[in-house]
Design a protein around this ligand. Structure first.
Ligand SMILES: Cc1cc2nc3c(=O)[nH]c(=O)nc-3n(C[C@H](O)[C@H](O)[C@H](O)COP(=O)(O)O)c2cc1C
Ligand code: SF4
Length: 441
């Protein structure tokens, strides 16, 4: 009997061999100037080899001012096309599709680069968690950034990639326009939902005008923003509801989007995304030093993480605002289900997936058409192959400890949950394997 997990997923312009996608995730292993390296190719190939049907890249800036951290490969210049061509070619060799995530950080970033220490946004309010300052975008700025997304899509197509995803989730620039909590504009890009959605709809139309109708375009959206779940975020209000996001998804599809990728939370990270049961604030108190001079709150936050009492309070807040460990797998399925009922295109869902029977049930119940997995594949790169061999779960599943997340601003991305390995040395060997083979030519 055929298994829905391994049935092809047909989008309007793209067919993917199975229902499991690698969700957006990577580390700081490219060059400071935003050009790519062999390490990124090695990273992506790990998952292609592991059996996923498609890889959705990590945050890929379409504009120099949209970068969130140095050493992430970018797509804002034609001279980046050969690198992305090499990524696509390497992944395609494993019968895996590659979708590039077109992104702009807006006011939300981790480590600013030398060229643009200040972000830009729908607002001029700094982000409440780190205090990253930003300029309110003018209409001319908006037009420029819309054009950058269209050029990013054109470059992805020229590189032979299989599609693009708009990063409209997790608090980055598109969310900053969509969000009722963040967007405080008085012009035609702020106020009612149809105005807040204008920016992203202009991007979709500009992409369609640039690349035509026959190139895959999907959008990742935070279906519910939960923007007031932490006390520092409360002053901005709860943000968009599911009903509002459903309306936005319908407009996106009308404008030419081929799929919706459902996420959650108005910021990144957010207690619900990536959801974790046991935030390691001690580790955070070390790696967060990378951010200490970036925002107006970051030095204060660092002190807070380094003090035992305030660190414990923060950890408790973070956990209370998140979801219990046994509810992490599929936490956004209820939102995906509602969106799927409202739109005519396939829906992907992200959040905690790592059990074949859970994914199978989500698809057969009609909650979504496929799932995307990030940490769970970092822990077990070959999880899809394990499912194909009949396993329901990996022997050592991802524990949702979020140590990969906490390490990522300073160290190479990888699974840092020591108890999943026979030794610390074995863990470090696995993390460092992303640098082999060494050269990109
Ligand atoms: C270290 C790290 C980096 C991430 N980077 C991105 C990103 O660049 N773009 C994005 O949309 N989501 C990003 N995510 C979110 C994941 O793609 C995914 O949606 C989320 O972690 C939930 O899935 P999971 O439980 O399988 O990890 C990142 C997550 C982690 C842990
Ligand atoms: S460090 Fe490993 S176990 Fe922990 S969340 Fe990341 S991938 Fe999962």
């Amino acid at each position: 009997m055929s298994d829905i997990l391994f049935e092809p997923l047909r989008f309007r312009n793209l067919t993917v061999k199975n229902r499991m996608f690698r969700s957006n995730i990577s580390g700081r292993f490219d060059n400071y100037d935003g050009s790519g390296t062999q390490a990124r190719i090695n990273w992506e190939v790990k998952f292609a080899r592991g059996g996923v049907g498609a890889i959705i890249s990590s945050f890929c800036p379409v504009h120099p001012r949209g970068r969130i951290i140095p050493n992430y490969a970018t797509i804002y210049d034609d001279d980046r096309i050969p690198f992305w061509k090499a990524v696509g070619k390497a992944v395609h060799e494993h019968d895996c599709r590659y979708i590039l995530q077109l992104s702009h950080g807006g006011r939300q970033r981790d480590v600013p680069d030398l060229a643009y220490p200040k972000g830009q946004s729908s607002t001029d309010k700094e982000d409440p968690l780190h205090g990253f300052e930003c300029d309110r975008m003018t209409t001319a700025d908006i037009t420029e950034v819309v054009g950058s997304f269209a050029e990013g899509a054109r470059r992805a197509r020229d590189a032979g990639l299989d599609g693009v995803e708009l990063h409209g989730a997790n608090g980055y620039l598109i969310t900053q326009f969509l969000s009722s909590a963040i967007n405080d504009r008085k012009d035609e890009y702020g106020g009612p939902l149809e105005n807040r959605a204008r920016f992203v709809l202009e991007i979709v139309r500009a992409i369609r005008a640039r690349v035509g109708r026959d190139f895959h375009l999907q959008m990742k959206i935070s279906a519910v923003e939960h923007n007031n779940s932490l006390f520092v975020l409360k002053r901005e209000g709860p943000g968009n509801t599911l009903e509002e996001s459903v309306q936005v998804c319908k407009w996106l599809v009308e404008a030419g989007v081929d799929a919706i990728h459902v996420s959650t939370g108005s910021a990144f990270p957010h207690p619900r995304n990536p959801a974790g049961a046991d935030l390691d604030v001690d580790l955070l108190s070390h790696t967060y030093a990378q951010l200490a001079s970036s925002g107006t709150n970051t030095f204060r936050n660092l002190l807070l993480f380094r003090n035992d009492l305030t660190a414990a309070l923060f950890r408790k807040q973070w956990e209370d605002a998140g979801v219990p460990k046994d509810q992490i797998e599929g936490l956004s399925l209820p939102d995906a289900r509602v969106i799927k009922k409202a739109v005519t295109v396939p829906v992907l869902c992200t959040g905690g997936f790592q059990t074949a029977s859970v994914i199978r049930k989500a698809i057969t119940d009609g909650d979504c058409d496929g799932v995307s997995m990030a940490r769970t594949l970092v822990a077990n790169n070959d999880l899809v192959r394990q499912f194909a061999a009949g396993r329901d779960q990996a022997e050592r599943p991802c524990t949702y400890c979020n140590k990969c997340l906490v390490h990522v601003v300073e160290h190479p991305i990888g699974c840092y949950e020591e108890k999943r390995y026979p030794s610390r040395e074995a863990m470090l060997r696995e993390v460092m394997s992303v640098f082999h083979p060494p050269a990109f030519s």
